[in-house]
Each structure stands twice: as C-alpha cells, then as structure tokens.
Design a protein around this ligand. Structure first.
Ligand SMILES: Cc1ncc(COP(=O)(O)O)c(C=O)c1O
Length: 360
C-alpha cells in the first residue's frame, strides 16, 4: 500500500473545497422537500410524453450541437442559435466559463452570500475567489466594481441571488455593466428569472448587444421543473459562445434532457401556472412568517430565507417531521434557513411545524 500523499500533487484550489454531502434519497411521497429550490408543480406532462418517444434511442449519443433545443430557445428568446451554449445544468456552464477565462493567479469576483458554485468554479481552476461584502444581503455593485484589479477575469452576479433571493433592478445593473472594463467577463446568472413577470428585473439578454463581455446563464431546473434532467444554457456573443464551446464536452446534455427541454419550452402555459402558484405560495409564506414574528429576506426566487435563530437546530427538528429545508451555515448565515416555496398544503404544514419550534 502506497504511503504517497496525493494532496501534495493536488491543485491547491481543490484543497480549499469540500465534497458535496451525500445523502440517501428519501421516498419523495413521504416527505416535504423544500431544500433545493425545485419546482412546486414539477414538469409539464408534455415532457414525459416526449421523453417516452425518445427512450428507445438511448443507444445513440445525444446531438452534440443540440440543434433542436438551440433552435427552440433561439426563437423563444430572440437570440441566434450561434449565441447559445448548452450545459449539464447551468452549473456546468459556470464551470466552463471559469475554465475558459480564469486560471492560477487570476481574480474572480462575486458577492458574499453569492451562489456557492462561483467559489467552487474559481477554486477548481486555481483562481483567487474575491468575495465582496454584501449590502443588505445583496450584491453591492459599487463594491464589486471597486474590487476589480488588473488580475480580475470574471465577475459572477446572480439576479436574483441564491440563497438570499435579493435582486438588482435595471438602472443599477445598467450602470454596473457600463462601468465594468470590456476585457472582464460578466456572468449574469438568471436561474430564477422566470419567477418575476412584473418587469422589475432586468432581462440580461437585452444587454448582450451592447456588452460583448456579458454572458447570461439560465436553467430548466427551476421554473421549468427539470432539475433531474440537468439542462442549462448560456447566451452570449457568437465570439464568446465559440470559446465556451471549445471546452464544453460534446455530449454534455443527454438525449432525454434535450428532448424534455424542448417540450418544456413549448408548454408556456405550464410555466405560467408554476410561476403563479409560486407567487401565491410566496405571499402565504410572507404572511405566515410575519404572524410567527420571524424575520425574512425579501426574495424574487422561488424560496425565502427565514431567521429562525439556530438554523441547524431547526433544520434537524423539521427533518424529524420529514420536512426538509436548507440551513445556511455554510454561507455564513447561521440563523437562516432557506425554504423553497411549496404547494399551499405543504407551506401550511411547514409553517405549522415552524410555529411549534420557533413561533412567538
Ligand atoms: C443562482 C443559481 N445559479 C445556478 C444554479 C445551477 O442550477 P442548475 O445547474 O440546476 O441549472 C442554481 C441552482 O440552485 C442557482 O441557484
């Protein structure tokens, strides 16, 4: 047995990372799962139908160019297919971006409480993660601009952000984009953008024309209800897209996922229903936590962060009742749990359970 310490040859950034915790999956019919910002309605029935038609073709590799899905996305979003990069979830895209543009000694800027993958993607390529202190839990855009150095390669910005649900509005984003030097890549992560329909959130795609350094990422995991299939995408200039696709594994999105995503995109009525129910659920949660006298962070995601005092304790006690929520200690928010907005009945059950644990 070798006594060689493989950590001595491991990329230093990797040593700073932990392993994503493994947990045996519970029986979903027996639990209330509000810990991963998944859709309260699940996918459109058209997704399963379309996947069934494809299931016997699993001996064939998927379409490496994802041409059908790109065409569907291009016409839905009014961008050119040449501007799209498909990912095995948008997580894959974030990783690809880090690999394409950052390396040892480079700075990658993101916000305190920013989505954890920004740090993971940066560390994995031995870049320096530069975490900018948050402002009212959200992105401090001026602070992020001030953090730019001649080593900065990428700025990651989620709008709205996970886990906080905080967001920035059009004037602030536009001012920010106009001030970032053109050689620095700005990643605008819009994983939850479909949940906002009132025009308050900027649509990142509108800025692609004027900002050649911008990459907008989105996903089918959230409002479209396809988290298990793993499909996300980036929209950017054709030039940046070409660079991203040099690193993307040719078959990174599987055949069932490609066909399922096309079906999901076609069923916009299902998306609208999901968004409407989520908005109602959010109102139910705000009313509920106000009644309990608990603090919360206003959110434009399909989730809400609630101040429960000792989040690990409360998460554990809820788990004993088969209710799963996400404690935020690893984000440096030990008092907060992030709760995905569920269906009306589940929200009511979880609020009742919370009342038993922390209600005033
Ligand atoms: C802000 C944000 N970006 C990206 C992702 C990645 O999602 P996926 O890889 O499922 O597309 C998530 C998932 O939780 C997220 O919250």
């Amino acid at each position: 047995m070798s006594t060689f310490d493989f950590k001595t040859i491991t990329n230093p950034g990797v040593l700073n990372l932990g392993v994503f915790p493994a947990r045996r999956e519970p029986d979903f019919s027996k639990i209330i799962k509000l810990d991963a910002n998944e859709s309260l309605l699940g996918p459109s029935s058209m997704v399963a139908q379309r996947i069934k038609q494809t299931i016997d073709e699993t001996n064939y590799y998927p379409d490496a160019g994802a041409l059908d899905l790109k065409d569907a996305l291009a016409s839905h979003l009014d961008v050119a297919p040449e501007q799209l990069t498909l990912g095995n979830g948008s997580n894959d895209i974030l990783d690809i971006i880090a690999r394409v543009f950052a390396g040892p000694g480079d700075d990658v800027v993101f916000s305190q409480y920013g989505f954890i993958v920004y740090r993971m993607a940066s560390e994995a390529v031995n870049a320096n993660p530069v975490m900018v202190p948050a402002k009212a839990w959200g992105n401090d855009l001026d602070g992020m601009l001030a953090a730019i150095t001649d080593k900065t390669k990428i700025i990651f910005l989620a709008n709205p952000n996970n886990p906080t649900g905080t967001w920035c509005e059009k004037p602030a984003l536009e001012a920010f984009l106009s001030k970032v030097p053109e050689h620095i890549i700005v990643v605008l992560d819009e994983a939850y953008t479909e949940y906002s329909t009132d025009g308050v959130l900027p649509n990142g795609l509108n800025y692609l024309r004027d900002h050649a350094n911008l990459i907008v990422t989105r996903t089918f995991s959230k409002a479209y209800g396809l988290a298990a299939l793993r499909v996300g995408f980036a929209a950017a200039s054709a030039e940046l897209t070409n660079l991203l696709n040099r690193v993307r594994q040719p078959f990174n999105v599987n055949r069932l996922a490609l066909t399922g995503a096309v079906a999901a995109l076609e069923d916009q009525a299902h998306l609208a229903e999901t968004v409407e129910l989520t908005a109602k659920g959010m109102a139910q949660w705000i009313e509920g936590v106000n009644e309990l006298g608990l603090g919360y962070i206003p959110s434009r995601g399909n989730f809400i962060c609630v101040d429960v005092g000792d989040a690990l304790l409360v998460t554990g006690a809820l788990a004993e009742q088969n209710i799963f929520v996400c404690p935020l200690a690893n984000y440096g928010m030990p008092a907060y749990v992030r709760i995905t907005i569920g269906c009306k009945e589940d929200n009511a059950k979880v609020l009742k359970a919370l009342k038993g644990l922390v209600g005033s």
